[in-house]
Ligand binder design. Structure first.
Ligand code: AGP
Length: 608
């Protein structure tokens, strides 16, 4: 998704903008640009392509200025091109803007402005905003922006600067992320915290439908009625290197190696004595006992965590649960009421489909619980209860440690609900808690198998299609294993329920087809052995993931086995996903792909 950076202060704006945009590259983009105010001129430099292309252009022009806005664009309206790149300027060239989001009524506004004599050089909705601000401008930039925003429908994070206002610029937010960084006689805006961390840890988080007037010395926040808003300063306690590679070749492998600490950080603070204590939850025992259904809503990897959560909640807390992709849930007029709990899962806390799905569930009376990794994100702020995954910043587009910690949070919730419903005796409860606390070292031991996984990847990186099969929680796990491979290796893959393969898809299994089989579910183990025999009989090559106690038996029929430490089947996915993440990573590296920034993908999908 697009990245926005803005700066005003005493430094040369150009390096501040460029370094900030580099920190946002992980969000995914196809073009980039900056607008820097110098004397009475707005200097716009922008281009299709990576930031290196923009940097080259900037080397060839002499631009001085201490205020500017920058943008990395992930194309929505109009193909990636120099013309469609941001910033966009108004007709009179006096106003420049950068935008993340989609304006849903831009065509109507474009028609209106065309009748007023405005011409458009790009295909973007953003350029329409620039002209509309000019049309509404009567000498006060904040008022012109406020008037404009009241006429827009859709999502936006905006940075706006004007020649007539050299001592301030304006920012605005609705449904797309934007934060304000507070420095010493300098201030910043950014789509995400890593962009401003080198300069400040003091942040103001804009709420939806708010506008910020930002000068070097102060920041004023208004609602769309122009009323001043007060806001607590949020102190970012990440260490800067958490958003650096620290010697790893890629962020993705670094983040896989952070899984033990991330899972520990998510679980340990919530186990006090021998009890699971969820952070200031307002949901009561009564609500849990009377809860008739749990909807688990998310996208992508977070959705796959939700499918695991469904199995865990039903098995442990005996509450009917359904996992569903947010983009389907929000448009099907779902049956939701006040006796339901809706759990939304999101690493970024800004995925627009998940945010809108949560709003739909709330509108229908459901309580909401957010499992989110980014503190203060939109989803976190709007949910009734929040269970943060303390995974630290996840920079690689392909989500890894976030998934392991999302599972950890879901198990904590499922066990807490089961306990509060009186469904777990002391012995069972303590056993689960002990195993959860051992998860970090289990994952660490799996990381020790990476050479074996890397070798297997080197033998299969040319596969045309790879199947992931499993039963029960292993099927849920296979969904994520398959997505990980697809999104960074670009190899076609699909996850299949082991018992369903013979109902059609097994026709695709032929000599040499690679099938990854997960066998962590004890009561389905023999069934999965049968499924391995089925695919082997048709020439498949099988990579199995199995508990240590079953490794010898599985090795007799599979071509390779990755062992994971023995644990209760229901908790196995927290660790069993790691070998699949490593396999996908090594295949992508061997193929020479851009592992951290795979083609076409964005870290946070903040547009529909
Ligand atoms: C996963 O590797 C992808 N990056 C993508 O599927 C992601 O999980 C999905 O877009 C949801 O993002 P979120 O967790 O930030 O809401």
């Amino acid at each position: 998704m697009c990245g926005i950076v803005g700066y005003i202060g005493n430094r040369d704006a150009k390096p501040v903008l460029m370094e900030g945009l580099k920190k946002l590259e992980y969000r995914g983009y196809d073009s980039a640009g900056v607008a820097i105010l110098s004397t009475d001129t707005i200097n716009i430099v922008k281009s299709k392509g990576r930031l290196g292309v923009l940097e080259e252009k900037l080397c060839n022009v002499d631009i001085e200025g201490t205020m500017g806005i920058g943008h990395t664009r992930w194309a929505t309206h109009g193909e990636p091109s120099d013309l469609n790149s941001h910033p966009h300027v108004s007709k009179n060239g006096k106003i420049a803007i950068v935008h993340n989001g989609i304006i849903e009524n831009y065509i109507q506004i474009k028609d209106f402005l065309s009748e007023k004599g405005y011409c458009f050089s790009s295909e973007t909705d953003t350029e329409v905003i620039a002209h509309l601000i000019e049309y509404n401008y009567e000498g006060n930039l904040v008022k012109a922006v406020l008037k404009t925003l009241n006429e827009l429908e859709g999502a936006y994070a905006l940075g706006v600067l004007s020649v007539d206002n050299p001592d301030m610029f304006v920012a605005a937010k609705k449904d797309s992320p934007l934060i304000v960084g507070l420095g010493e006689n300098e201030n910043f805006i950014a789509s995400d915290i890593p962009a401003i961390l080198p300069y400040t840890r003091e942040v103001l988080i804009l709420e939806d439908k708010e506008v910020a007037c930002i000068s070097g010395g102060k920041v004023e926040i208004y609602n769309l009625l122009g009323e001043r808003q007060r806001r607590e300063i949020f102190h970012v306690d990440w260490d800067v290197c958490a958003s650096e590679k620290n010697g790893f070749e890629h962020f993705m492998i670094k983040e896989i190696f952070e899984e033990p600490s991330a899972v520990k950080a998510t679980i340990s603070p919530r186990i006090r004595g021998r009890e699971i204590v969820l952070d200031n939850f307002t949901i009561t025992d009564e609500m849990i006992k009377n809860c008739e259904k749990i909807h688990i809503i998310a996208c992508g990897t977070a959705y796959h965590a939700g499918v695991v959560g469904k199995y865990a909640i039903e098995k442990l807390a005996r509450i009917p649960a359904e996992a569903e992709v947010a983009s389907e849930f929000r448009y099907r007029d779902p049956i939701v009421n006040e006796k339901h709990l809706t759990i939304v899962i999101s690493q970024s806390g800004e995925t627009i489909d998940t945010l809108m799905a949560m709003r739909e569930a709330k509108r229908k009376g459901s309580r909401t619980l957010a499992i989110v990794n980014v503190v203060g994100s939109s989803i976190a702020r709007e949910a009734d209860d929040v269970l943060y995954t303390w995974a630290g910043p996840e920079i690689a587009v392909a989500s890894t440690k976030a998934y392991n910690t999302q599972l950890s949070a879901l198990y904590l919730a499922a066990l807490s609900f089961a306990r509060r419903k009186g469904l777990l005796d002391e012995k069972e409860y303590n056993s689960y808690i002990n195993q959860l606390q051992q998860m970090p070292e289990m994952i660490s031991s799996i990381l020790g198998e990476r050479e074996k996984i890397q070798k297997f990847a080197s033998e299969h990186f040319n596969a045309k299609s790879i199947f992931y099969i499993g039963r029960g929680l292993d099927f849920a796990l296979s969904m994520e294993g398959s997505l990980k491979l697809k999104e960074i290796s670009y190899i076609h893959s699909e996850a299949y329920a082991g018992g369903e393969l013979k109902h059609g898809t097994i026709a695709l299994i032929e000599e040499g087809t690679l099938v990854v089989c997960s066998l962590t579910q004890e009561q389905l183990f023999e069934k999965m052995i049968g499924n391995i025999r089925e695919v082997k009989a048709r020439g498949a090559v099988v990579l199995a993931v199995a508990h240590e106690k079953n490794t010898e038996k599985v090795a007799k029929i599979a071509d390779s086995v990755i062992s994971i430490p023995d644990t209760d089947s229901i908790l196995a996915p927290i660790a069993a996903i790691t070998p699949m993440q490593l396999f996908a990573y090594y295949v992508a590296v061997i193929k020479g792909n851009d592992v951290d920034k795979p083609r076409n993908l964005a870290k946070s999908v903040t547009v529909e």
